[in-house]
Design a binder for this molecule. Structure first.
Ligand code: GLY
Length: 381
């Protein structure tokens, strides 16, 4: 896309934030009447995220997607912007799927995963099973910026964070998360008499029952936030951060910190990231698959739908199938291409009685549209 636009006006637009983003190059030109120059390859700035990207708010009342969009249209680095967005969610103790306040593992310890990818720089960083740092996305960014590596895990991720100046806290569990963990223990382990397999199945059943009982938001059981942004120059970056599967086996790492699974960004193409059952996503490297679909010319929605079919095809174990013979879990993807086209795509469009949504911010402001779904109904039907 090429737009005739006055350079001074373009710079002003890029730094003026959300409001001016709605003006097209032509309408700006009509306003200024100034000489024209060609600005190559512009895009529609956009930010997409999981639905919790439009829930937690910062001190100025901005949600994750609104904060990231404001920073992107002000000309800030797109990765800095999407990380600043997810930091709002990581720091919110009420969001039990991400960062501080995230639900703990089976031993009551909060272990966090995060990854970042910078499209223009073609760099990435991630941490897995890190304890004691509220904002793992910022530690992942330090792995990208300060090391030759892409992934640091466990206690050594915490040591790395300490060396980078992060505050290390002895325990990130909040009272709310601790009470929920105790309830899960009460339901699954009353007498220490179950064999490990039965106990693991009972643990999963109890977790799902707590979702059904309304104790845990369904989106927070495998809860996560992914956030991807595109600037007016077509720069694409993304971040995914999570406390992972609630009550997971200690040390379990999900899809979020794995490049190609919980997040994939190609600066020449676009970005995709996920929430939902990480194991399904790890098995098929679905975020990578979506970006490759877009590389071959598919729209974000069509690339997402094609990838959903792969998830269905890969899901053959009986324990993972519902009575219709389809996956008994959901996965949702947040997708942008370099031009700023976007989509939220899921296996199922319903979660309980509620439609599955994603968070979006464009020049029209933040919104929470429903996703496009491959299959009717819910994962439990
Ligand atoms: N998608 C988050 C997880 O499975 O850990």
């Amino acid at each position: 896309m090429k737009t005739r636009i006055n350079r001074r006006t373009f710079v002003a637009t890029a730094s003026a934030g959300v409001g001016l983003g709605a003006l097209s190059g032509q309408s700006l030109l009509a306003q200024t009447g100034a000489p024209q120059i060609l600005i190559p390859t512009s895009a529609k700035p956009v930010v997409v995220a999981a639905a919790n990207g439009n829930q937690s708010k910062d001190a100025e009342g901005l949600t994750c997607v609104a904060r990231a969009f404001q920073m992107i249209t002000a000309g800030r680095d797109v990765l800095d912007a999407v990380i600043a967005g997810v930091n709002i969610v990581e720091l919110d103790p009420e969001d039990t799927s991400v960062g501080y306040g995230g639900l703990p593992n089976a031993e009551g310890v909060v272990q966090l995963d995060a990854s970042v990818m910078h499209g223009p720089l073609k760099r990435a960083g991630a941490v897995a099973a890190i304890q004691g740092v509220r904002t793992p996305s910022l530690v992942a960014q330090k792995v990208m910026q300060e090391t030759d590596h892409h992934l640091i895990v466990g206690l050594d991720a915490q040591k790395f964070a300490r060396s980078m100046g992060f505050k290390i806290e002895p325990d990130l569990i909040t009272e709310k998360a601790r009470q929920l963990w105790l309830e899960w223990k009460r339901r699954t382990d009353p007498g220490h008499y179950l064999d490990p397999k039965t106990r693991a199945e009972a643990g999963h059943r109890a977790g799902l029952a707590m979702v059904a009982d309304g104790l845990i938001d369904p989106d927070h059981y495998y809860g996560t936030i992914n956030c991807n942004g595109v600037s007016a120059k077509g720069e694409v970056c993304g971040v995914t951060t999570t406390s992972g599967l609630a009550w997971k086996i200690p040390g379990r790492v999900g899809d979020s910190p794995i490049l190609g699974a919980g997040l994939y960004v190609d600066g020449e193409v676009g970005a995709a990231g996920s929430t939902g059952r990480g194991e399904a996503n790890l098995f098929g490297l679905i975020s990578f698959l979506i970006v490759e679909g877009m590389r071959h010319g598919l729209t974000p929605k069509d690339a997402g739908m094609a990838a959903m079919k792969r998830v269905v095809a890969n899901t053959v174990e009986k324990r993972l199938l519902n009575q219709r013979g389809k996956p008994n879990f959901n996965v949702t993807y947040y997708i942008v291409n370099k031009s700023g086209d976007h989509a939220g795509v899921a296996l199922y469009g319903q979660s309980g009685k509620n439609p599955v949504r994603y968070a979006l911010c464009t020049e029209n402001g933040p919104s929470t549209p429903t996703v496009e779904a491959l299959l009717p109904g819910t994962a439990e039907d």
